[in-house]
Design a protein around this ligand. Structure first.
Ligand code: ATP
Ligand code: LTN
Length: 329
């Protein structure tokens, strides 16, 4: 069975973008692959997080993983810091990543261009840690949203380089980006990704949003003045985004949905999208509350960490030995 690994960095509440671009796919893949999914808490602290908020976000993220359908009997679910090898291999990876490579990473460049102050060294070397996350498990595939593809490609380059230098240390992973839903856009500005860090909060639907609030966000999504329902991503990006959201969740094709509403007004389509989204959120939220009350999270994470550490430690030990960090008596 091929191995698959992915992580989510819960710096805030998980969003509909995370669900459609990442989480939902993990659930689909867990029957076909040996699946490893982790909460990337080390990646969270590349920017300051209030400790209390961070703890709450981590707990919510695990509960939401389960509520969205990840099954601990099929997937290994764990917290990044519970497997110490991540930070250890992360350092070794940083020593095998060139500054030129890190300088090309768009996520970092965008933040720098925005003139963000107090950017940390951790934020800069984050792609090296992400490479360690993946390579520790010798993963064949890494399902991610469009924005993370570049990081997985860097991981491949680092792995290839180390394999050339030292012999076969790592499996070369492939990014897996879904055709529909890989980049869900903000409901208020369809030129921007739907993001946790949305300043207004109106363009982003959170998985734990009150259903009335979620509906309102969809009904007031920015569209266009063309007035015709059709699939034209360039000229009608807001409408396209709404149809993409509904298509991803309902498993209907975008063409099918556009066709059903082609003679209707935008309000009717938005109502349909809101129905689809709210029904899904309601299911997720009901399960989320059950899971929080059942107090099973600790057990899931403990078992996950034991399984994950077994594989990760083996890779780390092999790397340390191969690159000459061990003394043989
Ligand atoms: P931020 O919103 O602060 O930019 P993020 O949501 O991109 O952060 P993560 O939570 O780590 O950061 O992302 C987890 C996964 O969700 C990644 O695979 C990412 O590509 C995917 N993802 C995030 N936002 C979207 C989106 N709007 N559309 C599709 N996939 C997304
Ligand atoms: N960088 C990712 C989260 C992440 C990840 C990973 C995803 C950290 N390590 C390893 C896949 C594989 C993000 O910010 N979305």
């Amino acid at each position: 069975m091929k191995r698959m690994l992915s992580g989510i960095k819960p710096t805030g509440q998980l969003t509909l973008g995370n669900y459609i671009g990442a989480l939902r796919n993990f659930v689909k893949y867990q029957d076909e692959y040996e699946m490893y999914v982790f909460i990337a808490n080390l990646h969270c602290i590349t920017e300051y997080q209030d400790p209390q908020d961070l703890r709450k976000n981590l707990t919510d993220a695990v509960a939401l993983y389960l509520a969205c359908g990840l099954d601990p009997n099929k997937s290994t679910i764990f917290l990044q810091t519970d497997v110490r090898a991540h930070a250890q291999l992360g350092y070794i990876m940083a020593c095998n990543t060139y500054l030129g490579e890190l300088n090309r990473m768009t996520q970092f460049k965008d933040k720098q261009a925005k003139g963000e102050k107090n950017m940390t060294a951790g934020l800069y070397t984050y792609p090296s840690l992400m490479a360690a996350d993946i390579l520790l498990y010798q993963a064949n595939y890494v399902p991610v949203g469009e924005d993370q593809k570049q990081h997985v490609e860097l991981t491949r380059d680092i792995a290839q380089r180390m394999n050339n230098k030292y012999g076969d240390l790592f499996t070369i992973p492939e990014p897996l980006v879904a055709k529909v839903g890989a980049r869900i856009m903000s409901l208020q500005d369809p030129s921007k990704k739907m993001s946790k860090s949305d300043e207004t909060n109106k363009g982003c639907i959170y998985l734990l949003d009150d259903l009335k609030v979620a509906r309102k966000k969809i009904m007031s999504a920015v569209t266009d003045s063309v007035g015709v329902i059709q699939l034209d991503k360039e000229n009608q990006p807001g409408l396209y985004n709404l149809i993409e959201i509904a298509s991803s969740i309902s498993d209907r094709s975008m063409e099918d949905i556009a066709d059903e509403f082609k003679n209707e007004g935008y309000g009717k389509l938005k109502g349909y999208v809101a129905d689809v989204v709210c029904a899904e959120l309601e299911k997720i939220q009901n399960r989320y509350h059950e899971i929080i009350e059942s107090k099973t999270l600790e057990k899931v994470l403990n078992e996950g960490a034991i399984k994950a550490a077994k594989i990760a430690d083996e890779t780390l030990q092999n790397v340390e030995k191969t690159i000459g960090l061990e003394i043989k008596y």
